[in-house]
Design a binder for this molecule. Structure first.
Ligand code: RB5
Length: 142
């Protein structure tokens, strides 16, 4: 199950990503926001982070204007590794090296076509399970 959330700045792109998830037959839960009315990105970062930490969802996608605020907020939750990616190389690397459990994107940074490809790469790349990377992730978690 994929958790997805955004603030007002990411709302439009969230709908595009949801269309992609539906098209691929992937199960998802939309944690809002549900309109373009101004709202606070930490609220949606928290909803998606908690969904992952509770085990209700396996991966998350968070979108705001830049991807930055919402990823900073999500990374305050212990066990969350949210990565801002605006290219496919980073999306692949953060899965393989960091075992990132949330992809963050900025709707004011990338267009929907690239955002879908980044999402596809993120969801279809497994963690390397390399001992070096496992050890580094352990150090992050403290
Ligand atoms: C909202 O205007 C904007 O600040 C937010 O979407 C995001 O870009 C914050 O990092």
């Amino acid at each position: 199950m994929i958790a997805i959330g955004s603030d007002h700045g990411g709302f439009g792109l969230k709908q595009e990503i949801i269309a992609y998830l539906k098209d691929k037959g992937l199960e998802y839960k939309d944690y809002g926001t549900y309109t373009e009315e101004s709202c606070d990105y930490p609220v949606y970062a928290g909803k998606v982070a908690r969904a992952i930490l509770s085990g209700e969802c396996d991966r998350g996608i968070l979108i705001c204007g830049t991807g930055i605020g919402i990823s900073i907020a999500a990374n305050k939750f212990k066990g969350i590794r949210a990565a801002v990616c605006h290219d496919c190389f980073s999306a692949q690397a953060t899965r393989e090296h960091n075992d990132a459990n949330i992809l963050a994107m900025g709707a004011r940074v990338v267009g929907p076509g690239l955002a879908v490809k980044i999402t596809d790469t993120f969801l279809n790349t497994e963690f390397s399970n390399d001992e070096r990377h496992i050890n580094r992730i352990r150090q992050i978690e403290g």
